[in-house]
Write a protein that binds this ligand. Structure first.
Ligand SMILES: Nc1nc2c(c(=O)[nH]1)N[C@H]1C(S)=C(S)[C@@H](COP(=O)(O)O)O[C@H]1N2
Ligand SMILES: [Mo]
Length: 299
């Protein structure tokens, strides 16, 4: 069964948006402007964002190769329209949902989220997206669900990197249900007022700002509600180095390097290193999710 986004969107809201789009030529003519003037999330940082150039030329997206420049070089071939997402597992309304309505009709409230994003390097990225919780509420999470599993597209004709057996494709990630429902957890559909660049995970990707970059899975085609902790790509590759939680934690070193500081991309050759903050600076918002957990064991 092929469903549209309106199947999980409350009808009055959906009708209003459709009517708005039918009559709102001016709004449609300037979608980027309309988005920028849309609410900025109070969770946005005041730190200066990285340039569009930095954000779109220094990437990890192994489906297009392992080099930081490979996604910018090869992702242009990716077909992102039409795009559908399978939502299955422990949900009331499973199905194959067409993304066209969520991107063009914006039935879920999109906002600007200017988040810090951390690996050994860091950037500040002004994402456009909506809370994952909004989508999960609409498909109806069943009581037994405990985790959310995500999968990326695998399309060898357009993704030269998937020929490599180094990763057991598809790229997979997962969140505990309370992490998935947290208001900081978003599905991003764009950045800097533009539709998501392909190298950054078009047309829709996860962004979890208190976790290392690899949690934020790109070009999502499947979201499954499950009752056991799902396998995740980096954990499958090297379990001793990459745990399921992947929280930014300067006190827990990676076995082969310190995680106490990060290099801010674009900050210049000499001024670029800064201390990494617990939960990437979102400690006040998310620390309570992990109360009672030993973060050195659950890394
Ligand atoms: N499908 C998929 N998603 C992915 C990756 C990947 O290789 N494939 N790399 C991850 C890693 S390791 C990082 S650091 C971030 C990078 O996101 P960015 O390129 O938008 O900064 O994407 C994450 N999401
Ligand atoms: Mo990464």
């Amino acid at each position: 069964m092929r469903l549209t986004w309106s199947d999980v969107t409350p009808k009055p809201l959906w009708l209003t948006r459709r009517q708005l789009m039918a009559g709102g030529g001016a709004l449609l003519a300037t979608p980027a402007l309309a988005k920028i003037e849309a609410a900025k999330s109070p969770y946005s940082t005041d730190e200066a964002p990285n340039s569009f150039e930095d954000i779109t030329t220094y990437n990890n997206f192994y489906e297009f190769g392992t080099g930081k420049g490979d996604p910018a070089e090869y992702a242009g071939a990716l077909t992102v329209d039409p795009w559908s997402i399978v939502i299955d597992g422990m949900v009331d309304r499973p199905g194959t949902y067409d993304l066209a309505d969520v991107v063009k009709g914006q039935p879920l409230e999109e906002r600007i989220y200017r988040f810090r994003c951390v690996e050994a390097w860091s950037m500040v990225i002004p994402w456009i997206g909506f809370q994952l919780s909004g989508l999960l509420d609409r498909v109806g999470v069943q009581p037994g669900a405990k985790f959310v599993a995500f999968e990326t597209l695998v399309r060898p004709e357009e993704m030269p990197g998937v020929a490599s057996p180094f990763i057991d494709w598809p790229y997979r990630e997962g969140l505990r249900l309370d992490e998935a429902m947290h208001p900081l957890t978003i599905l991003a559909t764009g950045l800097y007022g533009e539709a998501m660049p392909r190298q950054n995970g078009a047309p829709i990707r996860l962004v979890v700002p208190w976790k290392y970059g690899f949690k934020s899975i790109k070009s999502i085609v499947r979201i499954s509600l499950v009752d056991t902790m799902p396998p995740t790509t980096w954990n499958m590759l090297q379990p001793s180095e990459y745990g399921f939680y992947s929280n930014v934690n300067p006190k827990v070193d990676h076995p082969r390097w310190s995680q106490a500081s990060e290099r801010r991309i674009g900050a210049g050759l000499f001024g670029g290193r800064q201390d990494t903050l617990m939960f990437n600076g979102y400690e006040a918002e998310v620390a309570s999710l992990y109360a009672g957990q030993d973060l050195a064991a659950d890394f």
